[in-house]
Design a protein around this ligand. Structure first.
Ligand SMILES: *[C@@H]1O[C@H](CO)[C@@H](O)[C@H](O)[C@H]1NC(C)=O
Ligand SMILES: *[C@@H]1O[C@H](CO)[C@@H](O)[C@H](O)[C@H]1NC(C)=O
Ligand SMILES: *[C@@H]1O[C@H](CO)[C@@H](O)[C@H](O)[C@H]1NC(C)=O
Ligand SMILES: *[C@@H]1O[C@H](CO)[C@@H](O)[C@H](O)[C@H]1NC(C)=O
Ligand SMILES: *[C@@H]1O[C@H](CO)[C@@H](O)[C@H](O)[C@H]1NC(C)=O
Ligand SMILES: *[C@@H]1O[C@H](CO)[C@@H](O)[C@H](O)[C@H]1NC(C)=O
Ligand SMILES: CC(=O)N[C@H]1CO[C@H](CO)[C@@H](O)[C@@H]1O
Length: 779
């Protein structure tokens, strides 16, 4: 007891000294304001002088709209003061207003914090940006599901940097992205926001995004931690089922890559529950794994309204009125440090809870120190407001270089699925009938674009017109949301008088305002589907055009796989363009006319039918053991199988698949070492030859199969890839590094081990087209 009192007294003395040091004498700089002091000293110094109110304010999200009326553009000083007193750690700025209005609002906020508050702690100015900074007229990149098909992390890093350049110019210093969720439940509306079904690919891509973004001191908020995108029934925010082994084997590796290797400054927890525990209150995930195992030092924020869900719908506390104390005690000690808006602002009760002995100050201090650490590391105290003057904004936002980058990334993301009789590439002087509701009239963007973006960008018709030297006609054929076929005659006539028809159909989404306003869409946040077929008149339109006998190129413009497998056979060519960039039509034309040789590979497998899902390639050993497919053919013939009776459990197109206008052959697969230990890195080399008369790029994919394991593991897993340009007729030797420690599994006692024995190393052109293999023996 006496000892304890001594240490309390000692702590008090230290605090007092620190406090004096921090506040300083007139003219001296407190430690926390010294850019050269170690970050940990700055954190401790600042924390030591903060009141409980100031601490709490760091843990609650504010909103620009508290001091800026976005309709009248009036400034509200009372609102500004209120926001910064209670919700001053970060404020949301994702509103569709002119650049100058946004940046002035942000500047007022940061200036007030730096100049008018006692401590001068800058805030995170936050918005969305998973495929472009969410402000009108900023550059729109293609959706992540598309970007992943590029298999080009270098371009993703450039995109991240470009998003940072645009955000910074208006004073935004935090972006809610990248999305590290996996597309393993295709009914889910947010499939388009993911980097596909595979953890290795998603990890490489999101790691590159974080690196690019944070290279300009715009901080990433990696989301949605973790295993969010596999909800029951595919319904948004529904429970996710799985155990810890599945979590660690499948879902966590890409997060670790983005968060730890990428040094991401923040994380967003997710809305769902996993194995019965809400992600926002999952101590095992947010503390034991994230902090204790991975050593993560920065903060976790809830998603909008995510904390309230603990009471309703999870029903772990009273919701009417909401039991805010319970919410805080579930979320904060578990490791969810910051509460986003959109709910009841439960975290504002922290001071009264500490006062009443319901919450320990150590837990609050830990959370605050994580927020402050991120702010110091990101240089925010030295540079709280990064906006540029109005005249200079266009030198940073939507520059020709960045727009060109969006086109390049988009073109590299397009996947050629079928090319019967080498119909593609098209001749420049061909007469083309462009048909379909996704071909023109609006941009078929994915979700997370600014309000009314659909009216800005290059449509497929625009792009084809610019590139073509022939006659280009257009007929919509039908509306995307309708079964009405009255436009078919015009479309058929257009096809009949052309050399070739290009029919663009697919799914559609909306900007966030229109989505939440409830306008029709078939993908996007809270827009989940029960099957993956084309809607309404669209499949009939495709059939009608193919039936004209004209060569028909079908373009799927979509946010997820489409299941109309007959089109693969019936169309002359089939191209997958997942939701495009603002340069989408140009990128598509680049590929159709062969200015760009397609090098996109599927980031997600295509099933024949929704009833055969999940369809990801890295299924556990013992899955799909006895495929015995049946079928119902278009001509009415029925063929009975057993697995399944009238469909196939195998994918129509598997992960990693995609054609090129070139063909590539593989030879001379070799390992730098045939025997290695867990701490070794080996080099896998293979010669890739372009056997065609066109320059092209091949995505060489490295898969590994653990031949004997102590628990059931994936049948194979992607562990490396390399996109390599090969000149016509040339051979390139491709080298891929393989860290043997990545070949481990989570054993019976949930320990990560690399088990000795044989691993087959495959290289190939897709997960289903493995061209060569060899054995690595781990000792
Ligand atoms: C200004 O903000 C205060 C505090 O949030 C609010 O009560 C008041 O209604 C706002 N005034 C206007 C004109 O919006
Ligand atoms: C976007 O750009 C268009 C065309 O330059 C302009 O008319 C519009 O006002 C801009 N929108 C915003 C919100 O700045
Ligand atoms: C980012 O912040 C660090 C730390 O303050 C600083 O050294 C660096 O120059 C900043 N980088 C940019 C691009 O502003
Ligand atoms: C779908 O939404 C559009 C507005 O974008 C509207 O014009 C159309 O009537 C809607 N169709 C249906 C069937 O709801
Ligand atoms: C129907 O189509 C299938 C698949 O193309 C074919 O095998 C079968 O012979 C056709 N049956 C008839 C009666 O044409
Ligand atoms: C490796 O390739 C050989 C030759 O193509 C093949 O017979 C063998 O089954 C492959 N190994 C595995 C594990 O698939
Ligand atoms: C144009 C050209 O160089 N084509 C070559 C592509 O590669 C194959 C196989 O190496 C050669 O036979 C072709 O001559």
């Amino acid at each position: 007891m006496a000892k304890m009192r001594d240490s309390i007294t000692a702590a008090f003395v230290v605090l007092t000294v620190l406090a004096q040091g921090a506040l300083g004498d007139e003219g001296s700089t407190p430690v926390y304001k010294d850019a050269h002091a170690p970050v940990e000293s700055r954190v401790a110094d600042l924390l030591s002088i903060m009141t409980i109110g100031e601490k709490t304010s760091q843990l609650v999200q504010g909103d620009l709209r508290n001091w800026l009326d976005v309709d009248t553009l009036a400034h509200n000083q009372t609102g500004l003061e209120f926001n910064m007193e209670y919700r001053g750690g970060q404020f949301y700025v994702g509103v569709p207003i002119p650049w100058q209005v946004l940046t002035e609002g942000i500047k007022k906020g940061q200036d007030y914090l730096m100049e008018e508050t006692r401590l001068g702690i800058p805030a995170f100015a936050q918005t969305e940006g998973i495929h472009g900074f969410l402000i009108p007229n900023a550059t729109i990149f293609n959706s992540p599901i598309a970007q992943a098909c590029s298999f080009n992390p270098g371009l993703i890093e450039k995109m991240g940097k470009a998003i940072a350049q645009e955000s910074r110019a208006l004073g935004v210093n935090q972006i809610f992205g990248p999305v590290v969720d996996l597309a393993r439940e295709l009914r889910f509306g947010r499939v388009e926001e993911t980097y596909g079904e595979d953890g290795y690919l998603a990890g490489e891509m999101t790691h590159a995004y974080v690196k690019g973004l944070q290279s300009l001191n715009v901080t990433a908020m990696v989301k949605h931690f973790a295993a969010f995108a596999t909800p029951e029934q595919g319904l948004n925010t529904a429970p996710v089922h799985g155990g810890e082994r599945e979590l660690r084997t499948t879902y966590l590796p890409p997060f670790k890559r983005a968060i730890i290797d990428g040094n991401a400054f923040s994380i967003m927890s997710a809305y769902h529950s996993y194995d019965g525990i809400p992600a926002v209150a999952d101590r095992r995930l947010l503390t034991d794994i994230l902090r204790d195992e991975w050593g993560y030092k920065y903060f976790v924020s809830s998603d909008a309204g995510g904390t309230d869900r603990i009471c309703n719908p999870f029903r772990m506390c009273e919701s009417n009125p909401i039991d805010s104390h319970a919410v805080v005690n579930f979320a904060l000690p578990a490791g969810n440090d910051v509460e986003m808006g959109g709910g009841s602002y439960n975290f504002e009760k922290i001071p009264e809870m500490v006062e009443a002995g319901l919450l320990s100050i150590e837990i609050v201090d830990e959370a605050v120190s994580r927020v402050l650490r991120a702010k110091f590391e990101a240089g925010m105290f030295e540079n709280p407001y990064t906006g540029v003057s109005e005249e200079k904004q266009s030198e940073y936002i939507h520059t020709p270089e960045v727009v060109e980058l969006s086109r390049q990334l988009d073109a590299e993301s397009i996947v050629l699925l079928e090319n019967h009789n080498n119909l593609l590439p098209l001749k420049k002087d061909a007469n083309i009938a462009v048909i379909g509701p996704m071909a023109h009239g609006f941009m078929n963007y994915g979700d997370y674009v600014p309000y009314l973006s659909q009216y800005r960008g290059v449509t497929p018709l625009d792009g084809i017109k610019v590139a073509s030297e022939g006659t280009v006609t257009y007929a919509k054929g039908c509306e995307r949301w309708s079964s009405d076929q009255s436009g078919f005659d015009e479309a058929i006539a257009a096809a009949e008088s052309a050399d070739v028809a290009v029919v663009v159909v697919g799914t559609w989404s909306r900007d966030q305002n229109e989505l939440w306003a409830g306008l029709n869409a078939t993908t996007g946040e809270h827009v989940d589907v029960h099957n993956l077929n084309l809607v309404g008149a669209m499949p009939h339109l495709v059939k009608a055009i193919i039936d004209t006998g004209k060569p028909t190129v079908v373009i799927f413009s979509s946010g997820k796989p489409i299941t109309e497998p007959w089109i693969s056979e019936a169309a002359s060519a089939l191209v997958q363009q997942f939701y495009p960039s603002e340069e989408g039509g140009n990128a598509l034309a680049d590929v159709l006319f062969g200015d760009v040789n397609p090098s996109g590979r599927l980031s997600v497998s295509f099933p024949y039918d929704i009833g055969t899902t999940p369809i990801y390639y890295d299924y556990l050993n013992s899955a799909r053991e006895f495929p015995d497919p049946g079928a119902v053919y278009l001509n009415g013939t029925i063929v009975f199988g057993h697995n399944y009776v009238l469909a196939s459990p195998l994918p129509l197109y598997t992960f990693g698949y995609g054609l090129s206008y070139s063909t590539f052959s593989y030879a001379n697969l070799a390992l730098s070492e045939k025997t290695a230990s867990a701490s070794d890195t080996i080099t896998v080399t293979v010669d890739v030859t372009n056997d065609s008369d066109r320059d092209g790029a091949e995505v060489v994919q490295l898969y590994v199969k653990d031949m004997i394991s102590s628990v059931v593991v994936p049948n194979k897993q992607l562990k490396g890839f390399s996109k390599v340009e090969v000149k016509a007729g040339a051979t390139e030797t491709v080298s891929i590094e393989l860290q043997v420690e990545t070949l481990g599994l989570w054993d019976l006692s949930m320990k990560y081990v690399v088990e000795p024995g044989a691993f087959t190393i495959f290289v190939g052109s897709s997960s289903g087209d493995l061209r060569a293999n060899t054995t690595l023996t781990v000792v």
